[in-house]
Design a protein around this ligand. Structure first.
Ligand code: ACM
Length: 506
């Protein structure tokens, strides 16, 4: 039996159970989650689901309030116990993996029944935050591609989709009072050819953006599959696309900026006026309103202070607040955004650079620069999601093989799938109380060098498969994991995923 991520406890029983369409399901109050699973299964097979009374059902869900995760018993029928909807999706994901790989076929196959091994599975995630990020700013991905990305997260029991919705190279959400964010800020007139360091550019216009309705559609699609969207608006740095649209929000309003055609970190950041703060509050609040109850990411990484240091206005604001370094100005954005978002019921997360200025203790820290940053955040009382780039940045090279496709950094900045699998989510330096401040981990997929779906697949898989087991908490010896990964990749192959072969470059 091969389920990935590996369940916490499995007992194999004698024999198999054959499930025949229409699957007769008693779903208690979880019909919507089951229906979403059935819709996905029906893309690969001719298997339908019918909701029936408990005594006619082949698949029976029961509420068991003491179960965190799910319990799945297959013994001629299928019994699933769980206490909340996440467990429903997790159990059904396991059930689908217990069937043949054809259940993941990208094309609908004439399959109307399948066998699953009789077994008892007790399973739960070690961490509540099992995230995958997608950069839709450097390259824009349509709704269908985002949903396909989500389908693959669901296959791996990952439960957070972090959408990076703006950057220097593009703004990706329609905002009612700020039309130029999308009419201007969503489009750039060229992109680097090869690596940014080669300093060559094409003249191909690239861009796109999501309407509110499209984001609501993505959010609903995710919710039915046990995935929460974490939208990110990254300010006050990474703002060149904003400033191309609204130069008055910048530090040199007289200078005309274009939506950036380079990769890297633009020096052009928001100014520190009341207007710029109000802008940040308005757009972030608007985006938050599209995702009620969501955790909202306010960015905050890589904000150069060169423009603030040269600005008389910024210097006056520093004096007014008694700041000694320009970096502290970023804290004005962090504090204000946290206050407003929390008032409207949103938890806030931000990249770890926000620790370098004032940041409310309630802000969750996305620790990406190093494990040390995570420890610093924990010491300062924050909850933390672990994202150290050395392990979980999948825009890094997959190996040192010179035939690897172009990546953000040259060797030796390499993250093999084996290295990802060796990642320890909880830093061993933390004591048992501090460990509770680690909410989980998240993998990042920055898309400067990812221009096609196939390349997205190649960079994400199999590293994301390895990551999923790490964050589920059932990591084992690499030698035991590898054969399971090999057979799991057959599911991805069936699904049409152009993953990187385990042992070679492209
Ligand atoms: C980041 O990778 N700049 C958060």
């Amino acid at each position: 039996m091969n389920v990935l991520p590996q369940p916490q406890q499995v007992t194999l029983l004698e024999g198999t159970t054959t499930l025949v369409s229409p699957l007769r399901v008693f779903a208690w109050e979880w019909q919507d989650e089951v229906a979403a699973w059935a819709e996905d299964l029906a893309k690969s097979t001719r298997i339908d689901v019918e909701f029936v009374d408990i005594d006619e059902a082949d698949i029976v869900f029961s509420l068991a309030s003491d179960i965190d995760g799910y319990r799945l018993v297959i013994d001629g029928a299928v019994h699933i116990l769980c206490s909340w909807s996440d467990g429903v999706t997790q159990a059904l994901t396991t059930l689908r993996q217990l069937g043949p790989v054809e259940l993941y076929s990208a094309e609908q196959l004439p399959i109307s029944s399948f066998d699953v091994p009789n077994c008892e599975v007790s399973d739960w995630p070690a961490f509540g935050w099992r995230g995958a990020h997608l950069d839709v700013a450097r390259h824009f991905w349509d709704v269908e591609t985002v949903k396909r990305y989500v389908d693959l997260l669901v296959m791996h029991k990952l439960n957070i989709l972090h959408l990076h919705l703006n950057d220097d190279q593009g703004w990706r959400v329609e905002i009612p009072n700020w039309p130029k964010l999308t009419s201007v800020g969503a489009w750039r007139d060229g992109s680097p050819i090869g690596h940014e360091d080669d300093d060559r550019r094409d003249t191909v216009r690239h861009g796109g953006f999501y309407t509110r309705e499209e984001l609501e559609d993505i959010s609903a699609y995710c919710a039915r599959r046990g995935v929460s969207v974490v939208p990110e608006i990254d300010l006050p740095g990474h703002a060149q696309a904003v400033l191309a649209a609204y130069p008055g929000l910048g530090n040199n309003p007289e200078v005309t900026l274009e939506v950036w055609q380079h990769w890297g970190i633009s020096d052009h950041v928001l100014n520190v006026s009341t207007e710029a703060l109000d802008f940040a509050v308005e757009v972030v609040s608007y985006v938050a309103s599209i995702f009620p109850n969501a955790t909202v990411h306010i960015g905050g990484d890589e904000c150069p202070t060169t423009e603030w240091e040269a600005s008389e206005h910024a210097k006056a604001v520093m004096e007014q607040h008694g700041f000694e370094s320009a970096q502290q100005l970023q804290g004005l954005f962090t504090s204000k955004l946290c206050e407003v978002l929390e008032e409207s019921g949103h938890q806030v997360i931000a990249w770890d650079e926000v620790l370098d200025a004032e940041v409310p203790e309630t802000t969750v820290i996305a620790a990406w620069r190093s494990v040390e940053k995570a420890i610093e955040a924990v010491d300062r009382g924050h909850y933390v999601v672990m994202m150290p780039m050395q392990y979980v940045y999948f825009d890094w090279l997959s190996s040192e093989d010179p035939s690897e496709p172009i990546a953000v950094h040259p060797a030796p900045f390499v993250t093999t799938w084996e290295k990802t699998y060796s990642f320890e989510v909880t830093p061993p330096e933390l004591n048992s109380l501090q460990r509770r401040q680690i909410l989980g981990a998240q993998a990042q997929l920055w898309t400067e060098y990812i221009t096609t779906r196939d390349r997205m697949d190649y960079m994400a898989y199999p590293r994301l498969s390895a990551f999923s087991e790490v964050v589920w908490g059932t990591q084992e010896e690499l030698s035991a994991f590898r054969p399971r990964l090999v057979s799991h990749l057959e599911r991805l192959r069936a699904a049409g995923v152009k993953f990187r072969p385990l042992d070679s470059g492209e």
